[in-house]
Design a protein around this ligand. Structure first.
Ligand SMILES: Cc1cc2nc3c(=O)[nH]c(=O)nc-3n(C[C@H](O)[C@H](O)[C@H](O)COP(=O)(O)OP(=O)(O)OC[C@H]3O[C@@H](n4cnc5c(N)ncnc54)[C@H](O)[C@@H]3O)c2cc1C
Ligand code: SF4
Length: 339
């Protein structure tokens, strides 16, 4: 079918929507600013709760979307509203006239250095959840390679549920990601003591509770309820973490070889840029604002503009894929309504 459908963002949301639209007979156009498809998931190692290799998920999505017109290393320069369509100018000079835009620009990982008290970028042995995924995939990171890995800690809620960081919302995926990463650490370093410092554990998804129980029962991972009050470095370069265990009411002090910060999901500057260009509203949490958050999360308030995935808020992979499928159907029905 001839209708131009522009998908901005070639992460899993954009890819899944493109694959579904291709199955419905369209040839969507994917605009991706980076040099690869798959977005953040292409950076992850294994996906909770089944430990599915992220590479396999992304590979399947890319092959289903392969009939699309794909522009890599390409950004949107501007969006002009015409009478009943949009003119989208790409950074490569190509201009596309379309009646349908699907925004799938995703999220950013919170910049952990903004929480100075945790010492990211200051103490040698502090890394983020994203850095750890990189190490799982490449086996290269001097913070892991140069240490004994006898004791590892995970700090939950870094840059989430935090008024000071201007993000009072829960990022939803980081509790379960911490458990997944803690298990992966124990699989590689069975002798290591592994601690998770949490405020609440949000095990909302299918089989998440089982995953949490396995982490304790089968891997001996220790969960300490309490906010970390102080992080410092000792003379050997190890990290000292102080917290109050709010269940026992006692202070806790541990010395770690590695501290992993569970940085949250925040709206990307890229999404905000696209929103500004296309005159789309931004919600109070910084993510793109849907027509409503109950029945129309994939619809923008603008005619012909739809959303899918983490551009409207923190989401898991299955949630993102489900939204992308729903958005593809919504786009199809919208095109039919124009005939
Ligand atoms: C550390 C961590 C681990 C995670 N692990 C899991 C897990 O194990 N299981 C799970 O279910 N979920 C996991 N998640 C959540 C998962 O990453 C998201 O559900 C998923 O990435 C959302 O996909 P998306 O396509 O909406 O966004 P993204 O992955 O952010 O992709 C967006 C894409 O759009 C592109 N883009 C952005 N702006 C523009 C623009 N202006 N023009 C062109 N292109 C643009 C980006 O380059 C990117 O390719 C994890 C999240 C984190 C932070
Ligand atoms: S999912 Fe867990 S770690 Fe992430 S913000 Fe919510 S409570 Fe904190």
């Amino acid at each position: 079918m001839k209708e131009n459908i522009v998908i901005i963002g070639g992460g899993i949301a954009g890819l899944e929507a493109a694959g579904q639209l291709a199955a419905l007979g369209y040839k969507p156009i994917i605009i991706e600013k980076s040099d690869h498809l798959g977005g953040h998931v292409a950076e992850w190692h294994r996906l909770f709760p089944d430990m599915t290799p992220a590479r396999d998920v992304v590979g399947g999505l890319i092959s289903r979307a392969s009939g699309s017109n794909i522009f890599l290393n390409t950004e949107i320069s501007f969006v002009n509203k015409l009478k009943d369509s949009y003119n989208i100018m790409l950074s490569n000079g190509i201009s596309i006239i379309t009646r349908i835009i699907l925004v799938t620009t995703g999220f950013s990982v919170f910049e952990a250095a903004r929480k100075e008290e945790y010492g990211y970028g200051v103490y040698d042995q502090v890394m983020t959840n994203r850095d750890l995924e990189h190490w799982f995939n490449t086996g290269k990171d001097k913070r892991v390679d140069n240490c004994a890995m006898n004791a590892v800690g995970f700090v939950h809620c870094v840059g989430s549920r935090d008024e000071k960081a201007k993000n009072p919302q829960c990022s939803k995926v980081c509790c379960i990601t911490a458990i997944k990463q803690a298990i992966e650490i124990k699989q590689r370093f069975p002798e290591a003591m592994v601690y998770c410092f949490y405020m609440d554990l949000r095990m909302f998804g299918k089989k998440y509770e089982d995953f949490y129980i396995n982490a304790q029962r089968d891997y001996g991972i220790r969960f300490i309820r309490g906010r970390v009050s102080e992080v410092s470095e000792n003379i050997d370069g190890r990290v000292i973490v102080k917290a109050e265990d709010t269940l026992s009411g006692k202070p806790v002090k541990v010395t770690l070889d590695l501290l992993v910060l569970m940085a949250g999901m925040v709206c990307s500057q890229e999404s905000t840029k696209v929103a500004n260009m296309a005159n789309l509203p931004v919600d109070s949490d910084g993510f793109l604002k849907s027509r409503d958050n109950v029945t129309a999360i994939i619809e923008s308030p603008k005619e012909g503009v739809f959303y899918a995935g983490a551009c409207t808020g923190p989401k898991t992979v299955p949630e993102t894929l489900a939204e992308a499928r729903a958005a593809a159907l919504e786009v199809h029905l919208y095109i039919k309504s124009l005939e």
